[in-house]
Ligand binder design. Structure first.
Ligand code: CA
Length: 546
């Protein structure tokens, strides 16, 4: 399709005995802004030293250092763990039977599990844009699934969620998937990236630039590619291949995972990707170690900043394609690589929470676990996700999936935990990731910079059964629907009813659609012709809000 082409319960799996040994690029170092914690170095690269000197970070510590530790004492740490393409029905705490996710289940059992939690969009880039800016992505025409060489989507002059928390004295970090663009135009990947997470509110960043199926397949720490050999510079192109560089299209015998759609570009680690790259051989990631790498960096961040309020955006890469979990998880789920990747994500969450506990921070940290959009089985690689899925229901009771206007596109797992402050339970309040900006602003006493963000803090903390009343959701391509209380209204949109390549319903129809989600969570009965008054009111409401 057009927009996709650019496109601690005991766990049976043993813990990593020696994490360093399995981590790529161990020479990279964690840069913190903390004055009393020396930087952790092994062999710092010149770029790392540059970053530490402030030439790259450009004074990101200043606002926080003006706020004393005394003032910050009562502010909780905030961690947002965001899975990638994880469905409402993919966790056992949300009803999965074929998959067991004991660590995320434990988080849910000790916190609030929301039954009406949403991301704003059914694809990654617009969804993450909303999470970090408190703004609907359909207001920004560029907020579509971005190629790996797209410029930064977020305006650096805008106060973001992490930027607002910086103003409140938090040290802020992102570890994991970014997918919101980098640089201001053509990027020289061999120089520090001048526009990225560090320019829109993050003091520390260790990111995958776009997605795990897109070039460049490298990690970037504070704007600098980790482990890059200057004698082997890296070049990226999304229009044409570099002469002589093998691609999945030209060398299908060199790839270990077959293709069902797209992904015919540069081969890295035996898997062909979207886009083309040349050079940077030493810096290229090994998919099997990605979860370990991100976990280590997330743990390092909270450890280094354990005595001051921190915000960590821990953006997992699972279960997005290509699904290549570590060997420890291969075959564990019985559902193939997609299920195994979910078990790997669950393990990483468990290990992360255990470190939080070891640091004595469990009761002073608010943790949110959610997903950037709904699930998909076959998303371009022949990894048997469809064939081995069996009776598993990634969407739960809902219709649609990733890319869809139907519920499963944006109705996602949403768990909030803050032991000692939030009473465990289940909440039916309507909440959305776009609301985190306003809600956290209220929590830390800052103005809300998010134009579409509503303060639902009382709902997130379990003190109120009410969240939003109205919410605009989109398919990732600017087509929107309106949810209002238990109702959802889908305006008429031209186009096919099925994305054949992923076997997911689009939600498009020439007719208006109106569903009562309490009585009909599977969106089977269109009530538009019967509830004309409600339909008309919601049509007008959506027009008024867009
Ligand atoms: Ca996603």
């Amino acid at each position: 399709m057009d927009f996709r082409k650019e496109e601690l319960i005991q766990h049976p799996v043993s813990r990593i005995q020696n994490p360093e040994s399995s981590i790529q690029n161990p020479e990279s170092s964690l840069v913190t802004c903390h004055s009393t914690h020396p930087m952790k170095h092994t062999q710092p690269s010149p770029w790392t030293i540059l970053a530490a000197s402030g030439l790259v970070l450009q004074g990101g510590c200043a606002p926080k250092d003006q706020i004393s530790h005394e003032e910050n004492r009562d502010k909780p740490n905030i961690v947002v763990i965001l899975a990638d393409d994880l469905g409402f029905g993919d966790l056992s705490c949300y009803g999965a039977v074929r998959l067991h996710t004991p660590n995320i289940d434990r988080l849910a059992a000790g916190g609030l599990r929301f039954s009406n939690g949403y991301c704003t969009a059914a694809t990654s880039t617009p969804s993450r844009f909303s999470l970090l800016t408190g703004q609907y992505a359909w207001r920004n025409d560029r907020a579509r699934v971005l190629p790996g060489d797209a410029p930064l989507l977020i305006d650096p002059s805008v106060t973001t969620l992490p930027g607002m928390l910086q103003d409140a004295g938090y040290v802020t970090g992102i570890v994991g998937k970014w997918h919101l663009g980098l640089g201001t135009g053509t990027i020289d990947w061999n120089r520090p990236v001048q526009a990225g997470p560090n320019q829109v509110g993050f003091d520390y960043s260790y990111i995958m630039p776009a997605t795990n199926d897109r070039c460049p397949t490298v990690f970037i720490e504070n704007g600098i590619i980790v482990g890059l050999n200057p004698l082997d510079p890296i070049t990226v192109n999304y229009k044409e291949n570099f002469p002589g560089e093998p691609t999945g299209k030209d060398y299908p015998d060199r790839i270990r995972m077959g293709l069902t759609q797209g992904h015919a570009g540069t081969i890295v680690n035996g898997i062909s990707r979207i886009g083309f790259m040349k050079g940077g051989t030493r810096a290229r990631w090994t998919d099997e170690n990605m979860a370990d790498t991100f976990l280590l960096k997330a743990q390092e961040f909270i450890t280094a900043n354990s005595d001051r309020p921190f915000f960590l955006y821990y953006a997992l890469h699972e279960p997005h394609v290509p699904r290549v979990p570590n060997q420890r998880f291969v075959g564990r789920s019985g559902l193939g690589p997609r299920g195994d990747a979910i078990l790997e994500a669950d393990w990483a969450v468990g290990e992360f929470l255990e470190r939080l506990d070891e640091l004595g921070l469990i009761h002073s940290t608010l943790v949110i676990f959610t997903s950037d959009n709904g699930p998909v089985l076959d998303d371009g690689y022949a990894d048997q996700a469809m064939e081995l899925n069996g009776s598993h229901t990634p969407c739960g009771p809902m219709r649609g999936g990733k890319y869809s206007l139907f519920e499963a596109g944006t109705h996602v797992p949403f768990i909030v935990s803050w032991p000692g402050t939030i009473q465990p339970g289940i909440s039916d309040a309507l909440v959305c990731q776009v609301d985190l900006t306003a809600s956290f602003a209220a929590l830390v006493g800052q103005p809300n910079p998010g134009p579409d963000s509503e303060n639902v803090l009382e709902a997130l903390l379990g003190r109120s059964p009410a969240g939003r009343t109205c919410l605009i959701l989109e398919n990732g391509n600017g087509r929107t629907v309106l949810r209002e209380n238990e109702w959802i209204m889908i305006p008429p949109y031209p186009g096919r009813q099925l994305y054949e390549d992923v076997n997911i319903e689009t939600g498009f129809s020439v007719d208006y659609q109106l569903y009562n989600l309490i009585l009909d969570s599977g969106q089977k009965e269109n009530l538009a012709a019967h509830k004309t008054e409600k339909l008309n009111q919601m049509v007008e409401e959506l027009k008024r809000r867009r």
